[in-house]
Design a protein around this ligand. Sequence first.
Ligand SMILES: NC(=O)c1ccc[n+]([C@@H]2O[C@H](COP(=O)([O-])OP(=O)(O)OC[C@H]3O[C@@H](n4cnc5c(N)ncnc54)[C@H](OP(=O)(O)O)[C@@H]3O)[C@@H](O)[C@H]2O)c1
Length: 330
Amino acid sequence: MQNENNKINIGILGCAKIAGKYAINAFKSLNKVDKIFIASRDINKAKKWASEFGIGFKNSYDDLINDSSIDAIYIPLPVSLHEEWAVKCAEKGKHVICEKSLASNLGSTTRIVNNFNKKGLVLFENFACDYHPQHSKILSLIKKGEIGNPLIFNSYLGFEVGEGDIRKDKKLDNTCFNDQATYIVFMSRKMFKAEPISVYGNFDDNQGTLHMTFPGNKTAFGAFGFNHAYQNNYSIWGSKGLIEIKRAYGITPKDKAIIHLFRANPKGDTSEQIEVENVNQFELIFRDFCTAIINKDDKKRMEKYKLILAQAKVMQELRDSNDLTRKVLV
Ligand SMILES: NC(=O)c1ccc[n+]([C@@H]2O[C@H](COP(=O)([O-])OP(=O)(O)OC[C@H]3O[C@@H](n4cnc5c(N)ncnc54)[C@H](OP(=O)(O)O)[C@@H]3O)[C@@H](O)[C@H]2O)c1
């Protein structure tokens, strides 16, 4: 329970790789967080993780969300389990930060958001990349006119996924569309500061492409996949130049955040590399999540619901397009 020092206790549902790699340490680094507990389907695994990371554990997922001392839950479960556990958390009065994609369709996302809104609870979808300053720097370069009118957003996000990974299990819904394309959709909308007016998606569980038209003759292309050499980039091509980053969505505090800026010039094109302060983007989003809870920030809460629903709407339009095998006007 939020204590007199204005700190909160966090629960983590599942010993997920992403929790071990980033999330637990990010929560541990925050002075807004008091205690952290983890639960697993396998109590021995939870005990082992708790001892390795120096955190607490609970005997089961249900024990974790039933514990009245826990204020907020991080959900890094497979996508197919997000609605069930997010709604259970809301019923227990817990704030939630859930891994992306929050759900596998718009109806499910809307139900989740409605449950949190009904209880006045904070809900974040964990697009940690949203908090990395490289993207705000790019937006400021665009605003300054460095690449003229931004016309094309192009992004590749892919990596090799081995057998046994949750991403290869169809019933868990961590398809490449929900797992990877969601970032491309998110970032193109962030960069164009607009919603698409038509979309075309062409994908299966393991690979795909998408094409979205934005107002003002702007277009976003994306390709994603689980059988692909590692790519994690985007570029924005404008009337006077091009901006590119190579570590767009997943970027660790050790990776260099470098923006490549190419300007077209009749006297000879120029290129520049702009290094951006690197950060731990998990820490930044988690800090914002905890602050919103502690400050009972209703404005932030409503903003996040809106952001989540707007993203889910475009994702759904792309799924509809894929099912219909044609472009969908929105
Ligand atoms: N934001 C980011 O940067 C980022 C990066 C990578 C992944 N993700 C997202 O995080 C989520 C987890 O990804 P991950 O790579 O960490 O996966 P993972 O290691 O397989 O973790 C998923 C966890 O869910 C639990 N689980 C519950 N029911 C399960 C079931 N039926 N099958 C398998 N696992 C089940 C397991 O924990 P227990 O066995 O302990 O119960 C498992 O460890 C995914 O939704 C993914 O899209 C986000």
